[in-house]
Ligand binder design. Sequence first.
Ligand SMILES: CC(C)(COP(=O)(O)OP(=O)(O)OC[C@H]1O[C@@H](n2cnc3c(N)ncnc32)[C@H](O)[C@@H]1OP(=O)(O)O)[C@@H](O)C(=O)NCCC(=O)NCCS
Length: 168
Amino acid sequence: MSVTTHALAQSGKGYSITRMTEHDLLEVVQIEESSGLSRWGWAAYYSELQGQYGSLMLVARLDGHQSVSATHELAGYLVARVAAGELHINNFAVRDSYRGQGIGRALLTSIFAEAVSRGASSAFLELRAGNAAALALYEKCGFKVTARRKRYYSDPPEDALVMSLQFQ
Ligand SMILES: CC(C)(COP(=O)(O)OP(=O)(O)OC[C@H]1O[C@@H](n2cnc3c(N)ncnc32)[C@H](O)[C@@H]1OP(=O)(O)O)[C@@H](O)C(=O)NCCC(=O)NCCS
């Protein structure tokens, strides 16, 4: 997949993709908890934000008038790391009420650009084999399934699919 290294996206669609800050963490944890992701929690995100692991942490920040209530400012987030020229996507979710609007794709596209600007030449991730929405999104963004790990996940037990992508 070809990736341009332009700045983080200002989409004109009611949100913009920006770097995560400490101020965002309570909402990030709230989105994590409502999205069925493996739990990281506030402390793990805070530690990741210190940036010593090659971490890349983005949020989809709602424009003021797009937020359906004053209770939240974020539509989604993505947490990844770049190490040894490889982008590893760790945690990624969009609030249920904002799904299907291209926000997940915008977060992925922005993280690709950031990773390439840091020298990454490939990306990989694992996901639950039954996560059809994420699988479809990753395939649309150019990822291919490269392996299946039997019963990799618990609560509930499920196989993992390993997916990877070469940047060009
Ligand atoms: C996976 C997730 C991040 C997608 O976010 P999203 O903002 O809804 O995704 P987008 O609107 O950008 O979708 C882009 C493409 O993904 C695919 N897609 C997204 N949701 C889908 C669904 N429910 N069913 C099938 N395909 C889907 C489509 O191909 C879509 O392209 P299209 O709009 O041209 O049809 C979101 O569903 C989510 O937060 N899920 C729960 C947490 C999770 O599973 N995270 C990933 C862990 S590996």
